[in-house]
Ligand binder design. Structure first.
Ligand code: ADP
Ligand code: ADP
Length: 217
């Protein structure tokens, strides 16, 4: 299965993707995670990406598309993948379509996780991640165990200011890819408000409906 997760920053894409990949046995490909790994490793790509990420701006399409297409061509992604944070612009969506088309492959579903802006800042500012396991926590909504609190990471773009820039970018540059995929009949909108378990149940139902509709169609 080839699926894409779209939603504003802090909507819960990473949290939900981690749950779904276990169920569907496909790799979770997060361009944000890939960029952060490149920054940490100090590669040339990481240095370029860091400039943009710090302020909450998008990394240029050229760099992002090249990195992502290389990743989805790896053997573990041959039978499916879950993209989290890509595409974020119409040119990125077009580049992915072109590459899949060339390989005779198609997307199965585009999940749009909907969370209103006024809930986003709270989710972003309280987000912490465990560098050892990759697990995402929230100081209030999903509190970490006391013995690991000291090692948790607070992303430097998870400030209120950078979050507002990212939200504006989402509405201006990323939301226009929804009609692009709607024209292909791939979009399923899911309400991202409520407990993470409730959201997982909604996503699972939407995904299964999309898959059975595709098999019949
Ligand atoms: P994204 O990958 O879309 O940026 P995350 O999965 O990292 O979002 O979630 C952002 C923050 O919100 C994290 O701190 C996470 O623990 C928290 N979170 C995720 N899902 C929910 C939910 N359903 N309700 C409340 N908080 C949530
Ligand atoms: P969030 O889900 O909280 O918005 P991500 O971890 O997906 O954050 O992305 C973090 C940052 O990495 C983005 O703000 C952006 O600078 C960069 N980035 C990630 N994916 C892309 C992409 N597809 N195109 C451009 N920049 C990206």
């Amino acid at each position: 299965m080839r699926m894409i997760f779209i939603g504003p920053p802090g909507a819960g894409k990473g949290t939900q993707a981690a749950r779904l990949v276990e169920r569907f046995k496909i790799p979770h490909i997060s361009t944000g995670d890939m960029f952060r790994a490149a920054v940490k490793a100090g590669t040339a790509l990481g240095q370029q990406a860091d400039e943009h990420m710090k302020g909450g701006r998008l990394v240029p399409d050229e760099l992002t598309i090249a990195m992502l297409l290389e990743r989805v061509a790896e053997p573990d992604a041959r039978d499916g993948f879950m993209l989290d944070g890509f595409p974020r612009t119409v040119p990125q969506a077009e580049a992915l379509d072109a590459a899949l088309g060339k390989a005779g492959l198609k997307l199965d579903v585009v999940l749009v996780l909907e969370v209103p802006d006024d809930l986003i800042v709270e989710r972003i500012v309280g987000r912490r991640s465990d560098p050892d396991t990759g697990r995402i926590y929230h100081l209030t909504f999903d509190p970490p165990p006391a013995d690991i609190v000291d090692r948790l990471v607070h992303r430097k773009d998870d400030t209120e200011e950078a979050c507002r820039t990212r939200l504006a970018t989402y509405h201006g540059q990323t939301a226009p890819i929804i009609p692009f995929y709607e024209a292909q009949g791939l979009v399923r909108k899911v309400n991202g408000v409520g407990s993470a378990d409730d959201v997982t149940a909604r996503i699972s139902a939407a995904t299964l409906t999309a898959l059975s509709a595709r098999r019949q169609g």
